[in-house]
Design a protein around this ligand. Structure first.
Ligand code: PLP
Length: 394
């Protein structure tokens, strides 16, 4: 008898993957230029030249036995210090190498945190709309997910619903700002309110509620939008970061966790994360790209095209009558669908070769996710198809 849960996870393709495959099939039938594929969140801009140059320099100049050898399980000490230095320069923090744990992307960072923190019966709070893998990761850690319904006016936090959901079994809360799928950035006011509520509830329950902040889109913020650095507001914060989007390196699988010194039981939490990494078999994150990312930690890919695309698409959709909350960052927007049933809406969109993802899978029906990490020229041409779709509802 196999593990039924794993068989299920391995056989049920995600809605996003289904759409992506449909798009590839459709492209062979009608030509790729006629398919407006807004399904997947794969960065459309190249990594900065410095990434390849650094990788090649390391390959040419470093002792290959060291370069391709194991690093410490938590990541190379020099790498971790360089990343701490970069964070300290940018956010005025005082991190050092032992606050950092290198991971295989944000996905592994989240899994290490959740497995390190949670015991059976624990609850982890997530705000809709949310990245669907959270549920898989939380349940994989033996905990259960408590979903807070979305504040669909601004995609900030519904604090009344949040307060009611907290209880002594609440081990952690996950936030994701800038957000996939809404593009919303939590304001400083939201983060402050969240921090004060978590502080009060931790005191009331006599144990910390950890705040896990999932930040692969931190550097993709539009028009000077400020993304507050969460550890400055709440001491029991674990930062899960990744270079998948900011350096356009999703295939290299590189990220880290920050475990601040100020956190309650800092050393125990770090040990639990390291233990989770060990039990999950992650050992050390890939050595070459640990070094490349550390040496490029102050850089980002040229992500300006995402803001250009956001502006064109948001204006185009609003002119057609769509309700869209303006994204503060990422390369996603989350308009309301023109009928209540978002799955039916996305099926109808397919008739116009528009591939957008139903909001239901993100815990927020009545919306659809549009990933605009695509060519600007394609965004412009897609507006005709959106117009035909909108007209079909009049
Ligand atoms: N968290 C969010 C919100 C994401 O959108 C993604 C990837 O799309 C991840 C985590 C996983 O990122 P990584 O590629 O670094 O594992």
């Amino acid at each position: 008898m196999l593990n039924e849960r794993m068989v299920g996870l391995g056989t049920q393709r995600s809605v996003i993957r289904e759409l992506f495959e449909f798009g590839k099939q459709r492209a062979t039938e009608i030509g790729a230029e006629n398919v407006f594929d807004f399904s997947i969140g794969n960065p459309s801009v190249p990594a900065p030249d410095a990434v390849n140059e650094t990788a090649m320099k390391l390959i040419r100049e470093m002792d290959p036995v060291v370069l391709h050898g194991y690093t410490s399980a938590q990541g190379d000490a020099g790498v971790r210090q360089m990343i701490a230095d970069s964070l300290n320069r940018r956010f005025g923090t005082a991190f050092h190498a032992d606050n950092l744990y290198m991971t295989v992307g944000a996905a592994a960072a989240l899994c290490c945190c959740l497995n390190g923190l949670c015991n059976p019966g624990d609850e982890v709070v997530v705000f809709a709309p949310y990245f669907p893998e959270y549920k898989v990761f939380i349940e994989g850690a033996g905990a259960s997910m408590t979903l807070i319904p979305a504040d669909i006016e601004a995609f900030q936090i519904d604090f009344d619903a949040f307060e009611k959901a907290l209880n002594p079994n609440t081990k952690a809360v996950i936030i994701n700002s800038p957000n996939n799928p809404s593009g919303a950035v939590y304001s400083e006011e939201t983060i402050k309110k969240l921090a004060s509520m978590l502080t009060a509830k931790s005191e009331e329950y006599g144990q910390p509620i950890y705040l896990i902040t999932d930040e692969p889109y931190r550097e993709i913020a539009f028009g000077g939008t400020v993304v507050p650095y969460v550890p400055k507001y709440y001491k029991n914060t674990l930062v899960c970061y990744s270079w998948s989007k900011s350096l356009s390196l999703p295939g290299e699988r590189m990220g880290y966790i920050v475990v601040p010194d100020e956190m309650d039981d800092h050393e125990m939490v770090y040990a639990a994360i390291a233990g989770a990494g060990r039990s999950l078999g992650y050992v050390n994150a890939p050595g070459l790209f640990q070094r490349v990312c550390a040496m490029c930690a102050d850089l980002t890919a040229d992500t300006s095209v995402y803001e250009t695309n956001k502006n064109i698409l948001m204006k185009g959709l609003r002119d057609l009558g769509f309700h869209v909350v303006e994204p503060g960052g990422t390369f996603y927007m989350f308009p309301r669908t023109l009928e209540e049933d978002d799955v039916a809406f996305c099926e109808r969109a397919k008739e116009y070769n528009l591939l957008v993802v139903p909001g239901a899978g993100f815990g927020c029906p009545g919306h659809a996710r549009v990933s605009y990490c695509v060519q600007t020229e394609m965004v412009k041409r897609s507006l005709d198809a959106f117009e035909k779709l909108a007209k079909s509802y009049r």
